[in-house]
Write a protein that binds this ligand. Structure first.
Ligand code: TRP
Ligand code: ZN
Length: 900
């Protein structure tokens, strides 16, 4: 399983494949301890490529035999070197190649290729896992029609599945204990979309009738006994199918859609044609086991994988540099699905929060890259917040610039031009430009430039002329990415971006001013999208009746850092009156950030830095939450995360002090709890549930606000805490039937140094020990605890019998929970958090390099800390770098961290 020394691949070196594959016939026979894979490839020289040998990828395969057009191939005619099988150039223009290889799925701990999980066999081929099943040109621009026969023990593996339609099945000749099934997929596809499953599973069946009247059989396969946890995923699938017909005119194209849930899986889910494979986390839900956030995650991931059928599968990527072509676009689509089916404003707020926590730091750190990187060593390291989430922002900006109708015409043209092809990001932008007439030449730079642009705004109001002047300036400093490009002699892309800035002007009475740009005869609406295409540009608005407050970047129209000097009074005005719900929330976050940065400057101590006006604004949020939208109120009361505050500290040019950030944030929460106790209590009382649990919009919002209030109340003085809050926490835990409330109470208790904490954790564990996804939550709440001694407790939890380094969900729950969501303890001044991470990464990298590499990304911001912490972090990184035969995934991440 050891890899070659890391080689960097470059986008500029793309060349079409010398050979194409028309059809693939697989026969996979699964035995105890190994599997034998027979492959027939109908090969043909690519008329559009330079003539060359046939190059097949293969990794961890034992070659048993190789025949060409029915005759064993002379060993002199092929060479197996590294992870490649190269067959000489003197082949006929068309030929049939047959290989037999032996593989060892039971030993496959990487979970890439064919692997065993519990009592079944599953595959994961994206990005480069198919080469771990058989020899093949493992690149997405080789698209072939697949048929696959799966053979296994009948008793233990009753379900034998692959892509497309079942065409034949039977008992194995000569061994009645074994059976087989053959599947055929009528659509040509790249091998990364191949899948097979052999397992004992229960199945939930349903049917969907498409807009044009075709019947589609829907099946969700899960571990036996879990059928009562599949209903929500099925409902989500049907909703997503309808939505894609209505919003984009896209119908499903096979007779069958299968989802298989598996407990060992590196990521969320995978869009294999007709046979999605899902992490159980994004399938299984019951009110007593899953939270509101879990239900929403299921909606989104089910929709995401379904939407890939058109954006990813029917039209796929030419090469992996184009990953954002399918991922950015599909995330945008699942975001829009979420916005259309839940609250648009709350959805947007949550997405921007995630972008700020996960993507902005990435763009500022050693792994910075544009949504289409020009080079990579390990493609698995580029399934990132940048490619996915910033990629979705780039699609959204096109949507904003073109408008909904022209964007839809662009999508239609994209499918008309490219259905059945493997294409590039340029092809997508060209379709958008050609269908809309909007010139996107300059806009394309978003695909090539890394980093988060800063947008500086200056405003002036002339009361006599009733004229408002806005001057916008953009800055984008080089990132670690440009350094890496320059070091490898690559051209660096420069130049100004095309930034859509949605703006409104809020008047003193709270209404929006009608917007008339200088030179226009009439006002056009009250929100305008300005195109910033120069380094600096001035926009003049006429007929503005009174000095307004600028509401910039409405609905977060561009992924930038806004620099706009506004007074506390102006921010409070926006919080109260902005017609754009996103910017009402944003104004609150900016105000909170300002307050908290003052607190950080004070070392977190005292409360002098907390203005009464901020407390009053939070009080109004609570009043509005009762009168209006509780979900929005809950978002508004959620102070900026420690990681986001850390970036704000860096933006000021300061060193991150994680203790001061943590203390300031907790101090502010305590202050609010003390000053707003009556209002918090009122909300808690008023929002008590009156009906049975359902994960629907209004209940979700009420629970979010009620639990946010309870968590604030838990910041009260010891006396009130013991008398009034702890009993409610323990009662909420004891009530059962509703995991949202249970986990809210448990996470709150996990931060309190009380005897009730231990009792609650022990009870919760013994009650849920057979539900893996609930036990993940039990690990997470402890990993993210504020309490001193958390690092030591982490060491104990790693020894807990339920912890398993081989299970990605467990590692994410415990280790990523700690390294990624507990900055104060991960960045402990004594280096103990870093040492723990280094230990885990060193052990895990040989077992599962993809997961180890994700954990290693926790070190990204290490240079932004003080000298003491930097020394500890460097030592930890160097210790990982020195591991013998370090997996290249981890080597790339750690290498970049050390060199930046
Ligand atoms: N393409 C998948 C998605 O976004 C995710 C994916 C990529 C993946 N690589 C993977 C899943 C490796 C599991 C393992 O929907
Ligand atoms: Zn995806």
């Amino acid at each position: 399983m050891r890899t070659e020394t890391p080689v960097t691949l470059y986008l500029k070196d793309y060349a079409p494949p010398a050979w194409l594959i028309d059809t693939v016939d697989l026969h996979v026979a699964i035995f105890e301890g190994h599997a034998d894979v027979k492959t027939r490839l109908a090969c043909r020289r690519n008329p559009a490529a330079v003539a060359g040998p046939m190059v097949l990828n293969g990794e961890a395969l034992e070659l048993v035999s190789l025949t060409l057009d029915g005759t064993p191939l002379d060993p002199a005619r092929y060479a197996q070197a590294g992870e490649r099988l190269t067959i000489d150039a003197s082949l006929p223009d068309e030929c049939m190649l047959e290989t037999v290889v032996r593989i060892h799925p039971d030993k496959n701990t990487q979970l890439s290729g064919l692997y065993r999980s519990k009592d079944g066999y599953f595959t994961q081929c994206e990005a480069e896992g198919f080469r771990r099943i058989t020899f093949f040109p493992d690149r997405p621009d080789v698209m072939a029609k697949f048929s696959c026969a799966v053979e296994a023990d009948r008793e233990r593996f009753p379900q034998l599945l692959s892509n497309g339609n079942p065409v034949a099945a039977g008992a194995c000749a000569g061994d009645a204990t074994r059976h087989w099934a053959r599947w055929e997929d009528p659509y040509a596809k790249p091998c990364y979309l191949f899948a097979l499953v052999a397992a004992r599973l229960d199945v939930l069946e349903d049917e969907y009738v498409t807009a044009s009247g075709r019947r589609v059989q829907l099946q969700i396969f899960v571990e036996p006994g879990k059928l009562d946890q599949c209903g929500h995923a099925m409902a989500a699938l049907k909703k997503a199918m309808r939505w894609d017909e209505q919003r984009f005119g896209l119908e499903y194209d096979l007779d069958r859609y299968m989802i298989v849930a598996v407990g060992d899986f590196n990521m969320g889910a995978m869009e294999n044609k007709g046979l999605n494979i899902f992490n159980t986390k994004y399938v299984l839900a019951r009110p007593d086991t899953a939270t509101d956030a879990d239900y929403q995650g299921i909606d989104r991931v089910v929709a995401h994988e379904y939407f890939h059928n058109w954006t990813g599968n029917r039209v796929t990527c030419r090469d992996w540099f184009q990953l954002s072509l399918k991922e950015g676009l599909t995330v945008f689509r699942d975001q829009e699905f979420g916005a259309d089916t839940h609250s648009r404003a709350v959805t947007r707020i949550q997405e921007v929060r995630a972008l700020r926590i996960g993507q902005f730091p990435e763009d500022a750190g050693p792994m910075a890259h544009p949504i289409r990187p020009a080079s990579y060593a390990e493609i698995n390291n580029f399934y990132t917040a940048t490619v996915y989430n910033k990629g979705a922002e780039v699609i959204r900006m096109m949507h904003t610039l073109l408008g909904r109708d022209a964007f839809r015409r662009g999508m239609d043209l994209y499918f008309r031009r490219h259905d059945g092809q493997a294409v590039t990001c340029e092809d997508f932008v060209a379709a958008m430009q050609d269908a809309s007439g909007v010139d996107l030449t300059q806009f394309r730079r978003w695909y090539a430039r890394a980093g988060t642009p800063r947008l500086h705004a200056e405003t002036a109001y002339d009361a006599v002329a009733r004229r408002y002047t806005l001057t916008l300036t953009q800055h984008l400093a080089p990132t670690a990415y440009e350094k890496r490009l320059a070091e490898s002699g690559q051209p660096v892309v420069e130049g100004v971006l095309h930034i859509p800035v949605a703006l409104g002007l809020v008047l003193p009475d709270g209404s929006d001013a009608p917007l008339r740009l200088a030179g226009e005869p009439n006002a056009v609406g009250t929100t305008r999208v300005l195109s910033l295409t120069e380094p600096t540009q001035t926009f003049i608005f006429e007929g503005v009746p009174a000095a307004p407050v600028a509401s910039l970047l409405r609905d977060f129209s561009a992924p930038v850092l806004l620099e706009l000097d506004q007074t506390d009074f102006e921010l409070a005005h926006l919080m109260a009156h902005d017609s754009d719900a996103f910017n009402r929330w944003e104004a609150g976050q900016r105000l909170a950030t300002r307050v908290l940065l003052a607190g950080v400057a004070a070392g977190g101590s005292g409360t002098d830095w907390i203005p009464d006006a901020f407390v009053a604004a939070c009080g109004r949020v609570l009043d509005d939450g009762l009168a209006g939208d509780p979900a929005l109120a809950a978002e508004a009361l959620n102070l900026p995360a420690e990681a986001v505050l850390a970036e704000a500290v860096v933006a000021q040019g300061d060193t991150i002090d994680p203790e001061a950030i943590h203390t300031a944030r907790v101090t502010l929460r305590r202050h609010l709890a003390a000053r707003l106790r009556d209002k918090l209590e009122a909300v808690w009382t008023t929002l008590a549930p009156t009906t049975a649990y359902a994960p629907d919009g209004s209940q979700v919002g009420q629970r979010a606000l009620r639990n946010a209030c309870l968590a604030y109340l838990a910041e009260s003085d010891a006396e009130y805490l013991q008398a009034s809050v702890v009993p409610r926490l323990t009662a909420q835990l004891a009530a059962g039937g509703n995991m949202t409330n249970q986990i809210a109470a448990l996470a709150t208790l996990a931060n309190l140094d009380l005897p009730e904490r231990e009792a609650a954790l022990a009870d919760f564990y013994s009650h849920w020990q057979t539900e893996a996804l609930v036990i993940d939550k039990w690990f997470s709440v402890q990993a993210t605890s504020r309490l001193p001694g958390t690092v030591g407790h982490m060491r104990a939890l790693m020894q807990h019998p339920a912890f398993d380094l081989k299970n990605p969900n467990r590692v994410y729950a415990l280790i990523r929970g700690f390294c990624g969501a507990n900055p104060r303890h991960f960045h402990a001044a004594d280096g103990s958090g870093y040492a723990l991470a280094a230990d885990v990464i060193s052990d895990l990298q040989a077992m599962n390099p993809q997961v180890a590499s994700r954990i290693a990304r926790s070190f990204d911001r290490w240079r932004q800390f003080d000298a003491g912490r930097q020394a500890h972090a460097r030592a930890a990184l160097e210790r990982i770098a020195a591991v013998e035969d370090l997996a290249k995934d981890v080597a790339e991440v750690v290498g970049n961290a050390l060199k930046a």
